[in-house]
Write a protein of this length. Structure first.
Length: 196
C-alpha cells in the first residue's frame, strides 16, 4: 500500500473518531437513573439506608452515578454499591482491581450462579482478616460476571447511540461487618436485587 493511501486512511480514521466524539457530546446517552431509583429501600424481608460516599469514592467515581446502601436482610448486613458508568466509564472496571487497591489479597474467585444470570464470588484476605464479596454486571435483563462483556456492551451502546440496549451497571455486595454472609439465603430473601 502506498503512502498516500495510508495517509488517507489515517485521516479518515481521525475524522471518524472526531465525528463520533462530537456525536457523543451532542447526544448524551440515557443513564440507568430510573433503574437505580426503582430499587426499593424496603421489602418483605429487607430494609436499606443510603450511605454517603467517602471523599476517595467521590474522586474515583467523579461523574458516575453511584448508589451505596447499607442493607439488612433478615439479620444479614451487607453494603450494596451500584455504579453506573454512563457519564464516566472509567469509574466501572474489574472489581478485583478495587479489592487489591484497598489492600486485600484475592485468595479465590468462583462463578456464582444467580437466578438472573451469573455473578462472581470473591474470597479476600487482609492482615489475617478474611472476607467475601459478590459482584456482577447487569443491563437490566441479565447478570454477567465479566468486565470484558461490560466493556463490549458499553462500547456497542456508544457506537449505536444507545440503540443496542440499556447501560450495564456494576453491582457489588460486601459484608457490613465481620460476620460471614450466606449468599444463597441472602439473595433468595432479597428478590428485589435481581429485578432491576
Amino acid at each position: 500500500m502506498n503512502s498516500r493511501i495510508k495517509a488517507g486512511l489515517l485521516w479518515a480514521a481521525i475524522a471518524l473518531a472526531l465525528v463520533m466524539g462530537l456525536m457523543w457530546q451532542l447526544f448524551p446517552l440515557p443513564d440507568a437513573e430510573e433503574r437505580l431509583a426503582a430499587l426499593p429501600e424496603r421489602g418483605l424481608m429487607m430494609a436499606a439506608e443510603d450511605l454517603p460516599l467517602t471523599e476517595a469514592e467521590e474522586r474515583i467515581y467523579a461523574e458516575a452515578r453511584v448508589l451505596k446502601r447499607l442493607v439488612q436482610v433478615r439479620g444479614q448486613r451487607v453494603i450494596l454499591t451500584i455504579i453506573d458508568g454512563t457519564r464516566n466509564r472509567h469509574a466501572v472496571h474489574d472489581p478485583l482491581f478495587c479489592f487489591r487497591g484497598a489492600g486485600w489479597d484475592v485468595v479465590d474467585t468462583s462463578a456464582f450462579p444467580v437466578e438472573w444470570g451469573q455473578a462472581q464470588r470473591v474470597s479476600l484476605r487482609k492482615r489475617g482478616e478474611a472476607a467475601e464479596a459478590l459482584f456482577w454486571f447487569t443491563d437490566g435483563r441479565r447478570a454477567f460476571d465479566g468486565s470484558v462483556t461490560y466493556w463490549w456492551q458499553t462500547t456497542l451502546r456508544r457506537i449505536t447511540l444507545g440503540a443496542s440496549g440499556d447501560e450495564p451497571v456494576l453491582v457489588v455486595l460486601s459484608p457490613a461487618n465481620d460476620r460471614p454472609i450466606q449468599w444463597e439465603r441472602l439473595l433468595a430473601e432479597w428478590p428485589e436485587i435481581g429485578a432491576f
